[in-house]
Design a protein around this ligand. Structure first.
Ligand SMILES: [Zn+2]
Ligand SMILES: [Zn+2]
Length: 284
C-alpha cells in the first residue's frame, strides 16, 4: 500500500514531483489544468519528458489525475455535457502522455432527471471519452458523498455505469470521506467487511484501483463532502487503522486530499500518520 497525496502542479507538471517528495508522499494526484476552468491546455513534449524523468528519479508513482469539479456528464444540459466530455477527454490524454494510472472524476449530479434517465447519456459520454483518448490510462469513477442528486454514492449505480460502458479501462476510486458521508461506517471492522463484500459482489474488488484517504468533518451519513486531516475527523485514527488493515486495500494506492494541519493542503504530518499506521499494521 503506497501513501500518496494531492499536490500542486504550479510551474508545470514536473514540479509536482519534488513537492510530493518534500512531504514524504510515495505517489501523487495532480490536476491536468486549473480545476475551475474548462480549458485543458496540452502539455508540451519537453514537460512530459521532464515529468517522466523526475518521476523515475524520485520513484514516484502511480500518478493519478483528478478531473475538473465542473465536469457533469449526467446533467440534462447538453452544452454542459459537451464541455465535460471535452475536458475529460483532454485530461485522459494528458494522463496517458504522463504515464499516469488514469483520471479520477466525479460522477456529479443528474440534476433532477434521475439516475435511470441519465444513465444512457452518461454511458455514451464515457465511451466517447475512452474512444477519443486511446491508451491504457483508466477512467476512474469516484464514489460520491451522496448529496442532492449526486450519482455514485450507491454501488448499484456505479455497477450499472461500469456494466453499460463495458470497457477494461473503467475502474473506481473509493474516497473514505465520501463513503462515510454516504452512510458506510468504514471505521467499524464488521461494517467495513460487509461494505467491501457488497462492493465485490456488485462491482468487483479488482476494479478498486485507488483510494482517496480523507477523514471527515461531518457525521456518518451526512451526505456532506467535508474532508478533515487524518485523526482529526470522525473516522479517526482507529478508523484508518481498520481501513488500512483490510487486505482489500493491500495493493491499492492511497492519496490524501486533506486540508492540512497548517491549512496548506496535504502535508508531511498527514503522510506520516498514514505511514506510521502502515508500519504498525505490518508489525502486528
Ligand atoms: Zn474527487
Ligand atoms: Zn476524493
Amino acid at each position: 500500500m503506497l501513501i500518496g497525496a494531492h499536490v500542486s502542479t504550479a510551474g508545470g507538471a514536473s514540479k509536482a514531483i519534488a513537492r510530493a517528495e518534500e512531504i514524504g508522499a510515495e505517489c501523487m494526484q495532480i490536476f491536468a489544468s486549473s480545476p475551475r476552468a474548462w480549458k485543458v491546455p496540452p502539455i508540451a513534449e519537453a514537460e512530459i519528458e521532464k515529468f517522466k524523468a523526475e518521476s523515475q528519479r524520485a520513484g514516484m508513482g502511480p500518478t493519478v489525475v483528478h478531473g475538473k469539479y465542473l465536469c457533469a456528464i449526467g446533467s440534462p444540459d447538453p452544452e454542459l455535457v459537451e464541455k465535460s466530455v471535452g475536458s475529460l477527454t483532454a485530461e485522459l490524454r494528458s494522463a496517458e502522455q504522463l504515464g499516469a494510472l488514469g483520471v479520477i472524476f466525479h460522477p456529479a449530479s443528474h440534476r433532477g432527471q434521475g439516475f435511470e434517465a441519465a444513465l444512457p447519456q452518461f454511458t455514451e459520454a464515457m465511451k466517447r471519452v475512452l474512444d477519443d483518448a486511446p491508451g491504457d490510462a483508466l477512467l476512474m469513477l469516484e464514489t460520491s458523498a451522496g448529496s442532492g442528486d449526486h450519482i455514485g454514492s450507491k454501488f448499484t449505480e456505479l455497477a450499472q455505469i461500469i456494466k453499460s460502458v463495458d470497457s477494461p479501462r473503467v475502474a473506481v476510486c473509493m474516497d473514505t470521506q465520501h463513503m462515510w458521508a454516504a452512510g458506510f461506517n468504514i471505521a467499524d471492522a464488521e461494517e467495513l467487511k460487509s461494505t467491501l463484500e457488497q462492493f465485490d459482489s456488485e462491482i468487483g474488488l479488482d476494479l478498486l484501483r485507488s483510494v482517496h484517504a480523507n477523514d471527515s468533518k461531518r457525521e456518518l451519513g451526512s451526505a456532506v463532502d467535508r474532508h478533515d486531516n487524518i485523526g482529526e475527523g470522525l473516522i479517526g485514527i482507529d478508523g484508518f487503522r481498520n481501513i488500512m488493515g483490510n487486505e482489500a486495500f493491500a495493493d491499492v494506492p492511497f492519496y490524501l486530499e486533506v486540508p492540512g494541519f497548517e491549512k496548506g493542503g496535504p502535508d508531511a504530518p498527514n503522510v506520516e500518520i498514514m505511514k506510521n499506521l502502515r508500519a504498525e499494521l505490518a508489525n502486528s
